[in-house]
Design a protein around this ligand. Structure first.
Ligand code: OGA
Ligand code: MN
Length: 290
């Protein structure tokens, strides 16, 4: 089978057609898909009508899947590998995943085993909006001056769920937040991350998760971090996906930031099945000096 890959923007993103994900892909096709993914960072497979089993089977071809034990509240009732990003009521209550990802981030950068690939499968989408945006962080790194590259390569930055929840998740249940914080103490991540498969360097900080540089105060860090947050997501480094039902989309968290702008209202359903492909270790546990 020969797949058809079409670029969706200058910076990143490509659609893949000529594959049927209801059936196992042969190894040669899988290799083509994998190569396209490393090249385009975000792949969209439109028009795939998949059962949860079929989505899980495809996801597993990329690596072991998370069973979302750390955040069990929104797992699919029958498939722990599927996490629901939804604005449907769950158990009669308003969903707490309905506003997932409102700021730029890379999934699970607040752990020492950050997500390699995230796969989102669209089941329901508002008539307009409900988009997801992506930014190419290789480009963000490549376009910095050599002097700043040199400075950043020596730095680590602190990523934490505590920072994330303090600033941006006030609508969540406090008990869940306490549980999430306990499960994930702060970590120090390299500011410049070397992609384990391509060997390319990518900027690895985000407005959602990154509080300060290791060895500096938040005040000392703020100016440079703000610059990097803005620079990482310059419009020319991005792709904005307008979803159709049955789009399966996957991105590489090692070189991509993403966010979900609030470009719709919850009167319209938005329902996604998300899979998390675990990555290789990155970063280290961080303890505040003194
Ligand atoms: C995610 C996420 C954004 C979206 O699933 O990790 O950030 O558009 N989702 O739902
Ligand atoms: Mn996310």
């Amino acid at each position: 089978m020969s797949i058809k890959v079409r670029r969706l923007s200058y910076a990143l993103g490509a659609s893949v057609t000529g594959v049927d994900l209801t059936r196992p892909l042969d190894d040669a096709t899988m290799a083509e898909v994998h190569k396209a993914w490393l090249e385009h960072l975000v792949l969209v497979f439109p028009g795939q009508d998949l059962t949860p089993e079929q989505q899980i089977a495809f996801g597993k071809r990329f690596g072991p899947l998370d069973d979302h034990k750390a955040v069990p509240f929104y797992r699919h009732p029958e498939y722990p590998e599927i996490y629901l990003i939804t604005n449907h009521k769950i158990g009669g209550k308003s969903s707490e995943t309905k506003d997932t990802g409102r700021l730029w981030h890379s999934d699970h950068s607040f752990t020492t085993r950050p997500t390699m690939a995230t796969m989102l499968y669209c089941r329901e989408i508002p008539p307009v909006g409900g988009n997801t945006m992506f930014a190419n962080t290789y480009m963000a790194y490549d376009t910095l001056s050599d002097t700043l590259k040199g400075v950043l390569e020596k730095l680590e930055a602190v990523h934490s769920i505590a920072y994330y929840t303090a600033g941006h998740l006030q609508d969540r249940n406090p008990e869940q937040i306490a549980q999430m914080r306990k499960a994930s103490p702060p970590v120090a991540q390299p500011v410049v991350r070397v992609h384990p498969e391509t060997g390319r360097k990518a900027l690895y900080v985000s407005e959602m998760m990154t509080s300060h540089f290791v060895g500096m105060t938040p005040e000392e860090s703020r100016g440079l971090l703000q610059f990097l947050f803005g620079h990482s997501v310059r419009p020319e480094f991005t792709y904005r996906h307008a979803w159709n039902v049955n789009d399966l989309l996957m991105w590489d968290n090692r070189c991509v930031l993403h966010m979900a702008p609030a470009d719709y209202t919850h009167e319209h359903p938005r329902h996604m099945h998300r899979l998390t492909v675990l990555g290789t270790p990155c970063g280290r546990a961080y303890e505040e000096a003194g």
